[in-house]
Design a protein around this ligand. Structure first.
Ligand code: URA
Length: 247
């Protein structure tokens, strides 16, 4: 919301009075004087006029979880446990998942309450690499890497996937890097070449890698550098979107 609107939303304050207060240098956004009435202020930023708090900053949360198999990427489910149950109850309700994993899939999952930031992780147009370790039912054919690099036609969406890379690690094992995160994308790509995924583990999203010592079912806050590594992260750190909080 624009700064002038935040001030004039208070009882009895006109837009003109708000603009005057801003121009006079009395208004601070996250502790810094702001004289731009049109400045967009996020829910993660605080606004004060003189000593009076007009709007408190909501803490921004950026977490990574090592998802164990069997947990659903959902907020609640009547049958299966959900990833939310693995997170601190006091912030759980505010978080959303930035890139789901299937119930049987494991590995890196990122959760946040900052929608602007998470869109930069998940929007296919951003083309942030997502790296998966995959095992397959049948041996991986030599032509699979070429097929993935050319893109696979997804009839349901009516599109061809962006070029993906496949590094063969063994007869039935590979590291696959995709640039989007479409529904069951990796499984559907293997299906398209006549194979089947038997296990899928996400190792990395962009620059954010799952650390070896983060045990399945446990989580930690992202570091400032990890938040910053996402295209919107710079703004998040400098206060235009939100600020990471070590939870
Ligand atoms: N691709 C899949 O098929 N499943 C996942 O969970 C993630 C990517």
């Amino acid at each position: 919301m624009k700064l002038s609107r935040i001030l004039s939303n208070q009882n009895g304050v006109s837009r003109q009075q708000a603009n005057r207060a801003i121009a006079s240098g009395k208004v601070r956004v996250d502790g810094e004087v702001c004289t731009d009435a049109a400045r967009e202020v996020s829910r993660f930023q605080g606004v004060v006029v003189g000593d009076k708090v007009i709007k408190r900053a909501l803490p921004a949360h950026y977490l990574m979880l090592n998802k164990p198999a069997g947990y659903l990427s959902a907020t609640r489910d009547p049958v299966h446990p959900t990833v939310m149950e693995l997170l601190p109850p006091e912030i759980r309700a505010d978080l959303h998942i930035a890139g789901r994993l299937d119930r049987a899939s494991t590995g890196l999952m990122i959760l946040t309450n900052d929608g602007t930031w998470s869109r930069c992780l998940t929007e296919p147009e951003v083309k942030l690499p997502k790296v998966y370790r995959v095992t397959t039912l049948r041996p991986i054919e030599p032509h699979t890497a070429q097929r993935f690099a050319e893109g696979i036609w997804f009839a349901y969406e009516g599109l061809t996937t962006s070029p993906a890379t496949l590094e063969r690690l063994g007869p039935n094992e590979a590291r696959v890097t995709i640039l989007e995160g479409r529904y069951h994308q990796v499984k559907r790509m293997f299906h398209a070449v006549g194979n089947q995924v038997t296990s899928l583990h996400r190792e990395r999203i962009g620059e954010i890698a799952l650390p070896r010592d983060l045990m399945p079912g446990t989580w930690r806050s992202l570091t400032t550098d990890e938040v910053r590594s996402v295209p919107a992260g710079q703004a998040a750190i400098t206060g235009n979107v939100g600020r990471p909080v070590v939870t």
